[in-house]
Design a protein around this ligand. Sequence first.
Ligand SMILES: N=c1c2ncn([C@@H]3O[C@H](COP(=O)(O)OP(=O)(O)OP(=O)(O)O)[C@@H](O)[C@H]3O)c2ncn1[C@@H]1O[C@H](COP(=O)(O)O)[C@@H](O)[C@H]1O
Length: 112
Amino acid sequence: MTDFTLEELAATIGERAASGDDNSYTARLVGKGVAKCAQKLGEEAVEAAIAAVSEDKEGLTKEAADVLYHLLVLLHAAGVSFDEVKAELAQRTGQSGLEEKRSRPASANWKS
Ligand SMILES: N=c1c2ncn([C@@H]3O[C@H](COP(=O)(O)OP(=O)(O)OP(=O)(O)O)[C@@H](O)[C@H]3O)c2ncn1[C@@H]1O[C@H](COP(=O)(O)O)[C@@H](O)[C@H]1O
């Protein structure tokens, strides 16, 4: 277990994006705009899905890291804070529909 947190990564992304440093991948990507950031996220998500279907656990681990990083970059570029995403997730916790789904066995959701 590491002491890495997504909050710290989101903060680093904000700092690097504001730096204007040409050596910063984050700054270069954010500088290309929301559409480019969204395209990169989509590509990384597809690569993660392919790794999963291929049962490539090491590949999936790396691609999942790429997805999380590029999601945070896209959120920054689009002006949505990670706190807002967390608040949305927190608000879903305890929602009756979700709780009910969780308490049912997965097979209860299968179409017959
Ligand atoms: N977590 C990451 C991270 N994950 C992936 N990447 C970069 O994402 C890129 C994805 O690779 P690709 O081959 O798909 O992209 P590319 O061909 O270089 O770029 P495109 O021309 O396709 O846009 C690589 O250049 C990776 O280095 C990351 N770059 C930065 N970080 C974090 O962001 C921090 C700040 O980085 P800089 O902004 O570079 O200072 C770093 O310390 C890390 O913690």
